[in-house]
Design a protein around this ligand. Structure first.
Ligand SMILES: NC(=O)c1ccc[n+]([C@@H]2O[C@H](COP(=O)([O-])OP(=O)(O)OC[C@H]3O[C@@H](n4cnc5c(N)ncnc54)[C@H](O)[C@@H]3O)[C@@H](O)[C@H]2O)c1
Length: 387
């Protein structure tokens, strides 16, 4: 029986995926696995029983990743599970930038007492007229889970789409519409596009990417959308560009005092992934990852250990070892099994920066002494035998 603990409410459709092999516990010390959304975990102490933490969502800055890795606790997240929710809000952002729908709705509310509202509206409406998206050029920076969906959807709206991502994954490239122009440099995209949307992670080389210099390359009246991270866009430069009229509209999911209230800024209170479906997808994916790790030892979508997958555990036992990425580890691990005359039927070893993971399938039961000897090897962090 495995026990799981929820640090935040997790969507029921995910919890339902735990079968009779699982029980919920209110005590984190008893848990084999923890599910979390935004609860801060940096000050928490973890008992020796805890094997895995799954964050139902993408960002993991509420979890101490290195401390967990050091204690042999694998941390998972759910990349892409909320991508469709974000994509839909990006599209909404483009529509709101193209026409002054917000101004128009506000006007109606201000005039709701007017007895002849329809006639007054006909006179007033020219102030809220706009343009259409069809035929306009859209630049998408970052073609990952969200960027690909936005780019493909924009093609269907009749936009001329440019994509820029020097590190695009093979998987994402397969999903990308063939109608998308491949921008070789981000400057090319800045110069060409009427709408620019950014979908990259916040990394040292992406922070402040949309700054004064980048904006100076853009067309006058450009629309910039940021549903990725606040730090990607330099607020001061963006405010200046809105005030001067260089940028027609800045649609952002990250409210800050500097940008809120500036004319031309459409500021949304971080609603990108706030849909029922996103929360459900994240919960389902988080539970699936935990089950696959607990029952089969497979690691998929971890943020502190390498991906490693040997499929479903079959007859016999599977030994999983979380360890430091140091020389001669495999030699020492296999030597222990050789001493006990155990035959290895399948084995995998993957590393990621300082940490590594080894999975070994053996045909027989694993004597306790093997577990003890493996645990005693310097650099081994956690050993588990899945029977
Ligand atoms: N608004 C929200 O509520 C919300 C919700 C989910 C995700 N996000 C944010 O959206 C962003 C994208 O998320 P995702 O799930 O698509 O991520 P992802 O990891 O699937 O894709 C990111 C892409 O950016 C590319 N990239 C990295 N550095 C780049 C650079 N310098 N230039 C161009 N491309 C670069 C990568 O190759 C990758 O393809 C992240 O910043 C994430 O935090 C926001």
């Amino acid at each position: 029986m495995y026990r799981y603990h929820c640090l935040n409410p997790i969507a029921q459709v995910g919890i339902e995926k735990f079968d009779e092999k699982y029980a919920k516990t209110e005590k984190i010390d008893e848990a084999d696995a923890v599910l979390v959304r935004s609860a801060g975990m940096h000050e928490m102490e973890f008992g020796g029983k805890l094997k895995a933490i799954a964050r139902a969502g993408a960002g993991v800055n509420n979890i101490p990743l290195d401390k967990c890795a050091e204690q042999g606790i694998v941390v998972f997240n759910t990349p892409g599970a909320n991508a469709n929710g974000v994509k839909e809000l990006v599209l909404a952002g483009m529509f709101l930038a193209a026409r002054d729908v917000i101004g128009g709705i506000n006007w109606v509310q201000e005039h709701e007492e007017d007895g002849d509202l329809a006639k007054a509206a006909e006179k007033a409406k020219k102030a809220f007229a706009g343009t259409e998206l069809e035929g306009k050029k859209l630049g998408v920076i970052g073609l990952g889970a969200i960027g690909v969906l936005v780019a493909n959807a924009a093609v269907h709206l009749g936009m001329d789409v440019y994509g820029y991502d020097p590190y695009v994954s093979v998987d994402a490239a397969w999903r990308l519409s063939r109608n998308i122009h491949h921008a070789k440099t981000v400057d090319e995209l800045y110069k060409e596009c009427d709408y620019i949307t950014i979908h990259v992670p916040a990394l040292p080389d992406t922070k402040g990417m949309i700054n004064k210099d980048a904006i100076s390359l853009m067309k006058k009246n450009v629309v910039v959308l940021n549903f990725a991270r606040d730090v990607l866009v330099e607020n001061e430069a963006m405010v200046d560009a809105l005030v001067s009229g260089k940028v027609k509209c800045y649609v952002t999911d990250f409210p800050t005092p500097e940008i809120a209230g500036v004319k031309g800024a459409i500021v949304i209170p971080h609603l990108g992934a706030s849909t029922e479906e996103s929360e459900e997808n994240c919960a389902r994916m988080a539970v699936k990852e935990l089950k696959d790790y607990l029952e089969n030892g497979n690691i998929r979508n971890s943020v502190n250990y390498p991906a490693c997958d040997m499929g479903a555990k079959e007859e016999g036992s599977r030994i999983t070892i979380l360890h430091k990425n140091i020389p001669n580890m495999i030699g020492q691990l296999t030597a222990v099994l050789a001493q006990e005359n155990m035959n290895i039927s399948l084995m995998a070893n993957k590393s990621r920066k300082e940490y590594a993971y080894t999975m070994i399938d053996v045909e027989a039961d694993v004597p306790e002494v093997v577990e003890e000897k493996l645990e005693a090897i310097e650099g081994v962090l956690k050993v588990r035998v899945i029977k």
